[in-house]
Design a protein around this ligand. Structure first.
Ligand code: FES
Ligand code: FES
Length: 140
């Protein structure tokens, strides 16, 4: 059906032409890094945000070692949160990502990885601003 085709089209577009793949220096004071894993499948997503003086996300990069839906989810979320304030980005829900990409129920955790990654990047950024040190590598 057309629905099925448009589902494949959006996921495949982000999967085949992922936006904003890459890395930033995690030690930069204006960069927040989120690194999360999906316990269900072992896939890993790194998502980094650059934040300007007004608390607005000016750039986003990601690297995902995982399934097509996880790559598509992270690609889509980089486009979604660029230009958002940290508060707005912190409210992005995996259901929004899953709906945009029409992910089937079995792939919902892939979009959850993207929600977790952006939240983790915001936490890292805020912690660095307060303490001067990134959260990465601590705990876990
Ligand atoms: Fe194999 Fe996600 S479970 S790539
Ligand atoms: Fe595990 Fe997609 S992130 S299958």
């Amino acid at each position: 059906s057309n629905r099925a085709r448009s589902y494949h089209a959006k996921v495949l577009d982000h999967y085949n032409n992922p936006r904003n793949v890459g890395s930033m220096n995690k030690n930069d004071t204006d960069v927040g890094t989120g690194l999360v894993g999906a316990p269900a499948c072992g896939d890993v997503m790194k998502l980094q945000i650059k934040v300007d003086d007004n608390g607005v996300i000016s750039d986003v990069k990601f690297k995902t070692f995982g399934c097509g839906s996880a790559i598509a989810s992270s690609s889509y979320v980089t486009e979604l949160v660029r230009g958002m304030t940290l508060e707005q980005a912190g409210m992005v829900k995996n259901t929004t990502i899953a709906k945009e990409l029409s992910l089937p129920p079995v792939k919902l955790h892939c979009s959850m990885l993207a929600e977790d990654a952006i939240k983790s990047a915001i936490l890292d950024y805020n912690t660095k601003r307060k303490t001067g040190a990134p959260t990465l590598g601590k705990g876990a």
